[in-house]
Design a protein around this ligand. Structure first.
Ligand code: MG
Length: 364
């Protein structure tokens, strides 16, 4: 099989970026890299430049060229940058007319309306990489516009599923970073512990699949083997199963509808049992806050995300407790007013929300 895809990889030293590079290493005949951009861990960049010989290899904060230049000569843009910073790259890749393989969920959480609008206008495809949305994509036969009646996202429940509200006020950053099934970057791991991540994924699903919020549910599935389900009009449901391994959705985003060898085959007899239970939203206010901000729309999901990025940083630094992440988000949203949904408007909303969050976290 010969895809010969040239990839511009944004966020090449993070958790997802490193796994993209593993996929490229495993299929050198199929993939090459035209650009490598890193946010942090720049000491890893030079060895990668030597290994993959991309046309451009830069650390984001010292890059002085145009965004467009990053996507020249690539076939696909893999956006694996973390946080709100990923949105500018996603929009630049769309403007350059490149297929976007989207692992940056904040692009859709904060900027879903403009990202999907621009992509539609330019006929650019947005390919999901998040494991839940990849599962849905697979169940819909790689057609984001296919008909369905319901989407059900599975959630591991994170490390604190069985803790009481009171116990959650005592958890440490180290405990929050010990995810039971997935190995991920720090921000998304904390977001998985508060279930903010699942709220984000509801918003992602809305934009990717044109679903109404009333059509999107989440169910707790501690084993993380069923990666999500799609229900159809006749009552049938299709799911995608596999071990929790991001290389599968990463590779599939590059090769679909074809598949290449990637991960160990699922051994159901060894797994034995799978469990599904109601998501206890009352213990995880971040999940509901994200859903509500998503339903209000406008710049509110962007403000929610900015507040969350600031609050999670403060939690990881030991300044606030886990429940205070939700309190910070709620406080910021209460002071947020409607704004203009343009890139400039979102930048402004992001900045304002961060200032509000910092005032709450560090005092004026
Ligand atoms: Mg996910």
């Amino acid at each position: 099989m010969n895809f010969q895809k040239k990839i511009a990889l944004i966020g090449c030293t993070g958790s997802i970026g490193r796994q993209v590079l593993d996929v490229v290493r495993a299929h050198r005949d199929a993939f090459s890299l035209s650009a490598l951009v890193c946010g942090g861990r720049r000491e890893r960049l030079l060895p990668l430049a030597e290994e993959f010989s991309p046309r451009i290899c830069v650390a984001a904060d010292s890059y002085r060229g145009t965004m467009d230049a990053l996507f020249e000569g690539c076939d696909v843009a893999f956006i694996a940058a973390g946080g709100f910073a990923g949105l500018a790259y996603t929009l630049a890749a769309i403007r350059a007319g490149k297929t976007v393989l989207l692992a940056n969920k904040e692009s859709l959480v904060a900027g879903g309306e403009i990202v999907m609008g621009e992509a539609e206008k330019r006929g650019v495809e947005i390919v999901p990489v998040d494991s839940e949305h990849s599962a849905i994509f697979q169940a819909l036969h790689f057609d984001r516009r296919a008909k369905f009646s319901r989407l059900v996202l599975t959630a591991s429940g994170g490390p604190f599923l069985r803790k009481t509200k009171e116990e959650m006020a005592l958890v440490t950053p180290k405990e929050a970073l010990a995810h039971p099934t997935w190995k991920m970057g720090k921000k998304v791991t904390v977001d998985s512990a508060t279930l903010l991540n699942k709220g984000y994924e509801v918003i992602e699903a809305k934009w990717l699949y044109g679903a109404d919020f009333s059509q999107i549910d989440a169910v707790v599935h501690p084993e993380s083997i069923v990666h999500s389900l799609v229900y159809f009009e006749d009552g049938a449901a299709l799911a995608q199963l596999g071990y929790p391994d991001m290389r599968v959705p990463i590779q599939l985003a590059l090769t679909y509808p074809e598949r290449l060898p990637c991960a160990p085959r699922l051994d159901l007899e060894k797994i034995g049992e799978l469990h599904f239970l109601r998501l206890p939203a009352e213990k995880f206010p971040c999940y509901t806050l994200a859903r509500q901000a998503g339903e209000v729309g406008n710049i509110f999901p962007c403000a929610l995300n900015a507040a969350a990025e600031e609050a999670v940083e403060a939690f990881l630094a030991g300044r606030i407790t886990l429940p205070q992440i939700a309190e910070t988000i709620e406080g910021v949203l209460a002071k947020t007013r409607k704004g203009e949904v343009t890139f400039a408007g979102l930048l402004d909303a992001d900045r304002r929300a961060r200032t509000l969050a910092q005032d709450m976290l560090y005092g004026k």
